[in-house]
Write a protein that binds this ligand. Structure first.
Ligand SMILES: [Zn+2]
Length: 306
């Protein structure tokens, strides 16, 4: 193969005149390959240096981020521990309230684990963290999980307490607790000398002397069960009213001058239901007041708190 020559036109360094050079093909190829190699080497080196610089920059930046995240993790860890402590205080308060409304206490073991199953997170990825950070993350996760279950438990308990408190409030409203007429108690509950037959007999209520027409108040919320307006002179209770308070409690107001309620009427504590009188077997104007619990008369004084 003949070595063909090649003519190269180029500008001199000054750029003012055009010059010519003649090369053989072989020489031209050699120069091209060497030039290409040099260019590749230079580009490669620049690229490597830049990549190295970029990686270093990135590592430094990630390291900074890592330091910040580790600090943040520690701070969060402290906060979570503080939350755990406060949950303990909440537990004590919750149990105090439960005792107050007659609910059984939630035992410590139940509180410790909260309601529901145990923590079950795949901790495989934690292996990539340092041991300290990994342990801290795992412990925090477990603690947060426990706190979450405790919050669920506390929310449920709060509902129970609310319901029990309402029931208690309602029970209290329906329990006789006031003296229906203000004044001195002249005859107490128990054995006494009957002024009519002059024999010792059981007195099933208390007597409170008062002027005829004195207002009589219902001892608790309830429903009027009986209103008796007809009576025989000098016999029995005279005119009387019986209120059913529910939960086994009933109250009876006797020797009335007048009743001011109807059978089936819903009454509230302190509502005026009748007037003091002297009807039936009575030696003078007074209220004869009885409290019955499960159909047995009990001492009304035990149900007077005002
Ligand atoms: Zn009496």
């Amino acid at each position: 193969m003949s070595d063909k020559r090649i003519k190269v036109i180029y500008f001199s360094t000054g750029g003012s005149e055009v010059r010519h050079a003649n090369f053989s093909w072989r020489k031209f190829c050699l120069i091209s390959i060497i030039s290409f190699a040099i260019i590749m080497l230079v580009v490669g080196t620049v690229f490597a240096v830049f990549t190295d610089f970029y990686h270093n920059f990135k590592i430094e930046s990630l390291s900074r981020v890592n330091t910040i995240l580790t600090q943040q993790l520690s701070e969060m860890d402290n906060k979570v521990r503080e939350m755990d402590k406060r949950m303990g205080e909440l537990e004590m308060r919750d149990n105090d309230l439960r005792v107050f409304v007659n609910l059984p206490k939630i035992d410590e073991e139940t509180w410790k684990v909260g309601a529901g199953g145990a923590y079950s997170n795949n901790d495989y990825e934690l292996r990539f963290l340092s041991k300290e950070t990994g342990d801290q993350t795992l412990a925090m996760n477990l603690l947060l999980d426990k706190i979450q279950r405790q919050i669920d438990l506390a929310q449920k308990s709060q509902k129970d307490i609310e319901r029990a408190a309402n029931e208690k409030k309602s029970l209290w409203a329906h329990t006789p607790s006031i003296q229906p007429v203000a004044g001195r108690i002249s005859e107490r509950f128990g054995m006494r000398l009957d002024p009519f037959i002059e024999k010792v007999q059981h007195h099933y209520g208390i007597d409170i002397p008062a002027e005829v027409g004195t207002k009589i108040h219902a001892a608790a919320d309830g429903v009027v069960e009986e209103v008796q307006n007809s009576y025989l002179p000098n016999k029995g209770y005279g005119k009387y009213v019986v209120i059913d308070h529910g939960n086994g409690f009933k109250t009876k107001y006797a020797h009335l001058h007048a009743s001011l309620v109807r059978e089936g009427e819903v009454v509230k504590r302190w509502q005026v239901i009748a007037e003091v009188g002297n009807t039936g077997r009575s030696t003078g104007p007074h209220l004869h007041y009885e409290v019955h619990q499960n159909d047995r008369p009990v001492d009304p004084v035990k149900y007077i708190f005002n």
